[in-house]
Design a protein around this ligand. Structure first.
Ligand SMILES: *[C@@H]1O[C@H](CO)[C@@H](O)[C@H](O)[C@H]1NC(C)=O
Ligand SMILES: *[C@@H]1O[C@H](CO)[C@@H](O)[C@H](O)[C@H]1NC(C)=O
Ligand SMILES: *[C@@H]1O[C@H](CO)[C@@H](O)[C@H](O)[C@H]1NC(C)=O
Ligand SMILES: *[C@@H]1O[C@H](CO)[C@@H](O)[C@H](O)[C@H]1NC(C)=O
Ligand SMILES: *[C@@H]1O[C@H](CO)[C@@H](O)[C@H](O)[C@H]1NC(C)=O
Length: 354
């Protein structure tokens, strides 16, 4: 199957460097696809656009940081490591047919899974094997990317790759040929979206009004860096693990120019409202609005232990793990009953308020 090719490609790439670049890397199957956003729009049902969400099943619309303890309130997680009740979510990709209707693009299951789409999650410890990163604290949240972005932004660590049929997964972290824009041509292996979070923290605030300014990228870090790199600014001196999401969108069912717009322009849109941009806008449907959200929810010091032990891949002797089959049973009922599989006249929400 396709995802096996992908996994092997990655092992080949990182097999030799794992001793120096350990990366905890594991699968999280789909918890739910829902129009909720407890970080940006807490309590709002429905939120402005639809997300695909993985992780602990205490996820809900409000998740008040003062009272919502994810490890206590969750009874299962859709991720490999059974002490990880965090929630991870991103926008959802849609295909627009010539008749103007939209269909949700399926996700290729995260590598070890056999169904339920999901996200491959990475936590990468310090590049310096004599230094430990500081794991996120209970209540910690952040986001990267901007659901209203219409031009190249500072979020250069949110990117897309047009995957070849071979599932090339080299240069994992937004290196060339990845781009902030969505690919313009047919992608034989689907579209990969990678979201890389900042690795420097102010050491004080678990969140901030924009959910971004309590964290920062290392000064000098490049979009294709793997792990916490660059120098943390004095305002954000604490080195965090590098959190990264990898999501594979299965655009292959739409790989026929007969289905694409007559002018050959690409027909994929993020759920954020990309499609409301006028077609005369040169930035039409470029894909800048992809974003990733994170609510930390590891039990006790499990994440810190795994980082200190410099665990790599999805094997980590200091963590408890569950089978993929168990992870895939952890799902949640959709709260906002959007039609997830039909052809839709508009995107769910169909607004660009953010
Ligand atoms: C979310 O979960 C918390 C804890 O169980 C609960 O108090 C709250 O009412 C829930 N919020 C929503 C919108 O379901
Ligand atoms: C729109 O196009 C899609 C793809 O060709 C098709 O499956 C769908 O039935 C069409 N919907 C309408 C209302 O014509
Ligand atoms: C690595 O970390 C150790 C311990 O914190 C520190 O003494 C050393 O200078 C660091 N090395 C580099 C190259 O930054
Ligand atoms: C990092 O954590 C490990 C495991 O707890 C510990 O043995 C090591 O001394 C720590 N390194 C530093 C530089 O604190
Ligand atoms: C946990 O991971 C180890 C190492 O990969 C594996 O041998 C074991 O079967 C896994 N346990 C479960 C419950 O999947």
């Amino acid at each position: 199957m396709y995802w096996k090719t992908l996994a092997i490609a990655l092992l080949v790439k990182y097999g030799s460097s794992q001793a120096t670049t350990p990366m905890l890397r594991f699968s999280c199957s789909q918890l739910v696809v829902d129009r909720l956003d407890p970080l940006v729009n807490p309590g709002l049902i429905p939120s402005p656009h639809i997300h695909q969400i993985v992780g602990g099943n205490s996820f809900n619309a409000s998740m008040d940081p003062k009272t919502h303890d994810l490890p206590t309130l969750s009874t299962c997680t859709s991720c490999t490591f059974s002490e990880d009740f965090s929630n991870y979510w991103t926008a959802v990709l849609y295909f627009r047919a010539r008749n103007g209707t939209f269909k949700r693009v399926p996700q290729i299951p995260s590598e070890a899974l056999v169904s339920n789409g999901g996200i491959t999650v990475y936590y990468i410890p310090s590049m310096n094997s004599s230094a430990n990163v500081t794991a996120f604290k209970p209540g910690f949240r952040m986001l990267v990317g901007d659901a209203a972005l219409q031009k190249p932004g500072t979020a250069h660590k949110v990117c897309h790759r047009c995957m070849p049929a071979s599932g090339d997964n080299s240069n994992i972290n937004c290196g060339s040929p990845d781009a902030q824009t969505l690919p313009t041509g047919l992608c034989a292996g689907g579209i990969r979206s990678v979201i890389t979070f900042p690795t420097c923290w102010d050491g004080k605030n678990l969140d901030s009004p924009d959910h971004e300014s309590h964290v920062a990228y290392g000064v000098g870090s490049e979009s294709n860096d793997v792990g916490p790199t660059g120098t943390c600014p004095t305002t954000h001196p604490v080195v965090l693990p590098q959190l990264m999401y990898e999501v594979m969108w299965d655009t292959r069912p739409f790989n026929s120019k007969d289905l694409w717009p007559i002018d050959g322009s690409q027909p994929f849109f993020w759920s954020t409202g990309d499609e409301t941009l006028p077609e005369s806008n040169p930035l039409f449907s470029k894909g800048y609005t992809q974003h990733g959200d994170y609510v930390f929810g590891w039990k006790d010091d499990a994440l810190q232990r795994s980082m200190d032990a410099r665990c790599s891949g999805n094997t980590c002797t200091v963590l408890n793990n569950q089978t993929d089959a168990e992870a895939m049973t952890c799902t949640k009922a959709q709260v906002v009953k959007d039609n997830l599989d039909g052809w839709l006249p508009t995107l769910p929400g169909n607004v660009m308020e953010l």
